[in-house]
Design a protein around this ligand. Structure first.
Ligand code: SAM
Length: 272
């Protein structure tokens, strides 16, 4: 296990490299190493895994990952200033850390990291959902995704029917994964503090997913149903067959998207 105890405190690294935060890159840093250790622990057993981190920033979470039982860590950072700032951590990581300078949205994670792989990241909020959808598309290629997101987004991921925050993302995520809310992190834990609180969620591939329903089918039905969430399904699902489709699925056409369970969305996806 590499000894990271000689590394300077994160705040010193931020000052020494004059890392003024860039809002456009969602830069809010965690400087409490006990907290970053708790986030790494929330990922569960990482043994044998290559861990992908998006946006290491000054490296608080990265340190915890290098100290974890993961086999290897690959961190992708868009802001080149942090590549210099993280050189000290790379140097003491005994080859356990690769830093990639680049945009995570343009990264082929399956090529970047061999299986078994897991994602652990305090995501830049402006691209968090887009990254998440990309990982969900290939969810069976990941052991787990442990993500810090806005608390309100985590609430949506975990929401069930008959709830106004239950939406397209809830259904898509729950179709792919088991959702566990792991940790609440107040805005005050970040430097600078964002406007909203955050939470860590752990997503693991759902083993009993129906084999005859594809991600693309679920995307299609949820897009139509939640695209007009205030309308009755017989109207919002018209492009996919409307009343006829709902009849075959044995679903009341006067219901709205937020009333349907995951199993009902799966039935619709199968038939649409
Ligand atoms: N992991 C660090 C921590 O917990 O203190 C920093 C987290 S900060 C919320 C998000 C990080 O993602 C920043 O370092 C930012 O520069 C980086 N970032 C933003 N957009 C990115 C992108 N498209 N690809 C890779 N990194 C990105």
């Amino acid at each position: 296990m590499p000894d990271l105890s000689y590394l300077p405190p994160l705040r010193e690294i931020i000052e020494r490299h004059q890392l003024r935060t860039r809002k456009a890159l969602g830069q809010h840093f965690l400087c409490d190493l006990n907290l970053t250790r708790s986030i790494a622990e929330a990922a569960g057993d990482l043994s044998g895994c290559t861990v992908i981190e998006v946006g290491p920033g000054p490296g608080g979470l990265t340190r915890a990952l290098v100290e974890s039982n993961a086999l290897h860590v690959v961190a992708v950072e868009k802001d080149p200033r942090f590549i210099d700032a993280l050189a000290g951590l790379v140097a003491v990581s005994e080859g356990r850390l690769d830093l990639i300078s680049g945009d995570a949205l343009r990264t082929d994670f399956l090529k970047l990291a061999p299986a078994p792989r897991a994602v652990v990241a305090n995501l830049p909020y402006n691209v968090g959902t887009e990254l998440l959808i990309g990982w969900l598309r290939d969810i069976d290629q990941y052991r787990s995704l442990t993500l810090m997101l806005q608390a309100e987004v985590v609430d949506r991921l975990a929401a069930g029917p008959h709830n106004k925050i239950y939406g397209r993302l809830s259904v898509i995520v729950q179709f792919c994964c088991n959702v566990e809310r792991k940790l609440d992190v107040p805005a005050s834990a970040f430097s600078p503090p964002p406007k909203v609180d955050s939470a860590v969620v752990r997503l693991t591939p759902r083993r009993n997913r129906p084999a005859d329903v594809s991600f693309a089918q679920i995307e299609k039905v949820t897009a139509a149903a939640f695209g007009q969430r205030r309308k009755m399904l017989r109207s919002s699902l018209k492009p996919l067959g409307g009343e006829e489709l709902l009849k075959r699925a044995n679903i009341d056409p006067t219901l709205r998207a937020e009333n349907l369970t995951l199993a009902e969305f799966e039935t619709l996806a199968r038939l649409a």
